[in-house]
Design a protein around this ligand. Structure first.
Ligand SMILES: [Zn+2]
Length: 505
């Protein structure tokens, strides 16, 4: 025997060895420290606890029984759709592809191309405060009691449906198709190609490489409106100034927007001419804050909300082109959407402002609240769709009789063939309500939008509809609205969520 005592098994020797025991103790202690540190850091990056954000969608089978009554022409858009599908996505024709038609083998076609190449060199300004993503706690309390309820669902979790698998699942479950998702991607690519070198977008398509190659430029001025309306579709598809395949594009756009704020004694002015620009910009900043919790955005948004508040028509409660003017429903709708989104991003929104906005809706409503006019109760379908969605933002529950009656009336003829503005609003309202007509209405709307997307030359991926009312916004505005409409399946913000709609503002 090499040693003077009976040889123990090696494992026993190891266990009883003082050296090894000390090693064990050290190992356990270090593991414990590592776990504690890991928990600490994980907790720091975790979004605040949020309420479940599941959209409630009823059984789709219920829709067919009612469709006979609403006159939505099922049509046969399959051929058109197939023809219009961009070649990059050799997707199958997508007529009425809800839920099961986009089956597993096609799942890849619906996947978000997360590795999409960033079209622009990130030589522009740096991203805003990418590192500041802590907590997303409540904004510092404002003085006074005129502060509405601050909705607790802040943070990225509220927008998770826009990204990755959430986006894919949303598109599949709520009526998107492989072709519509491909159209979204082509639309985003066109928008990115038409960003000006300073990070803005212009309605007249100036300042970018287009140089007249695309027809139907807009005639509106005001670079905040055009930049913000172009940013919204990127946010809707999950790209922010912090992450996503178009991070640099969005970053340069957001940076441009905040650089355009005019500080005034009445708040931060993003108008550049009209309150339309202020409303859309405020909405874009609110969405960016809600998606990223980038605290750098919060002061800008706070100032913007203050300006919205002070620019309201004190008498009638609405907003129009210039601060203080008696309101119209289109400009008012952008302010209401912006305030709602800001509240959901954790900002404080003054209650009197919302109360006054409700008064404006009262003034332009007719048919007991089922229809709405532009500045008076002389209702048209487009203004009615806008008004009803505003009602949902400002507290009407989904079971309100005038809301149900109004939306049902609007959906009866099917989607308008060219009025993208009307379809943009009506699609949100129908889906939010989980209206029985949605599957058929949506299939037609979706496929006609896809079919009208430009497929050739510099215009490829863009839209221009024969719609007189929105023509001044030109190809840029139409493309943004078309993409936003095709994103409705996952873009449905917390603002459109049942819980948020039904709650106090
Ligand atoms: Zn172009």
């Amino acid at each position: 025997m090499p040693h003077g005592h009976p040889k123990k098994p090696w494992i026993e020797r190891a266990i009883t060895s003082p050296t090894v025991r000390a090693g064990y103790a050290s190992l356990v202690a270090h593991l414990f420290i590592c776990i504690v540190l890991a928990l600490f850091f994980l907790d720091g990056n975790r979004p605040d606890p949020v309420r479940p954000l599941v959209l409630q969608f009823g059984p789709e089978a219920a829709g067919d029984a009612l469709l006979a009554d609403v006159g939505v022409d099922a049509g046969d858009p399959a051929a058109e759709t197939a023809a219009a599908t961009p070649p990059a996505a050799d997707a199958p024709a997508s007529e009425e592809v809800p839920v099961v038609a986009v089956a597993e083998p096609d799942a890849a076609l619906l996947d978000v191309p997360g590795s999409g190449a960033e079209p622009f060199d990130p030589a522009g300004p740096p991203a805003l405060a990418v590192s500041v993503r802590i907590g997303g706690g409540p904004a510092p309390a404002a003085a006074g009691s005129n502060v509405a309820i601050r909705t607790a669902t802040t943070g990225t979790a509220a927008f998770a449906a826009r990204r990755g698998k959430g986006r894919t699942a949303g598109a599949r479950a709520r009526g998107g198709s492989a072709a519509s998702e491909a159209a979204v991607e082509a639309g985003l690519a066109w928008l990115a190609r038409h960003q000006a070198v300073d990070g803005s977008w212009q309605f007249n398509l100036s300042g970018c490489l287009c140089d007249g190659a695309c027809r139907d430029p807009g005639t509106l001025t005001g670079s905040t409106a055009s930049t913000a309306i172009a940013i919204l579709p990127f946010l809707g598809a999950g790209s922010t100034h912090v992450d996503g395949p178009y991070q640099q594009t969005v970053s340069r756009g957001i940076y441009y927007l905040v650089s355009r704020m005019q500080p005034t004694p009445r708040g931060g002015d993003f108008c550049e001419g009209t309150m339309y620009g202020h409303g859309v910009t405020t909405l874009a900043l609110a969405e960016a804050l809600g998606m990223t919790r980038d605290e750098m955005l919060r002061p800008y948004l706070r100032d913007a909300i203050r300006f919205t508040e002070t620019a309201q028509d004190l008498h009638g409660g609405g907003w129009r082109y210039l601060p203080g003017q008696a309101g119209d429903i289109t400009v008012t709708a952008w302010q209401i959407a912006a305030l709602k989104s800001a509240a959901l991003a954790g900002m404080e929104v003054p209650s009197p402002t919302i109360e006054a906005a409700r008064r404006f809706l009262d003034r332009v409503q007719t048919q007991g609240g089922a229809a709405y006019g532009y500045r008076t109760p002389a209702a048209k379908p487009c203004t009615s769709a806008i008004g009803l969605l505003c009602r949902m933002y400002t507290g009407w529950g989904s079971t309100q009789e005038p809301l149900q009656r109004g939306i049902t009336n609007l959906a009866k003829p099917g989607p308008h063939p060219t009025n993208i503005y009307q379809n943009f609003y009506l699609s949100q309202a129908l889906l939010q309500l989980d209206h029985p007509v949605w599957p058929r209405w949506n299939a037609k709307n979706r496929d006609q939008i896809v079919a009208q997307q430009a497929r050739f030359g510099h215009e490829a991926g863009s839209w221009f509809f024969a719609d007189h009312d929105t023509a001044p916004g030109g190809r840029l505005a139409h493309t943004a609205l078309a993409v936003l409409t095709l994103e409705v399946y996952y873009r449905l913000l917390p603002i459109y969520r049942e819980e948020a709609v039904d709650s106090e503002f």
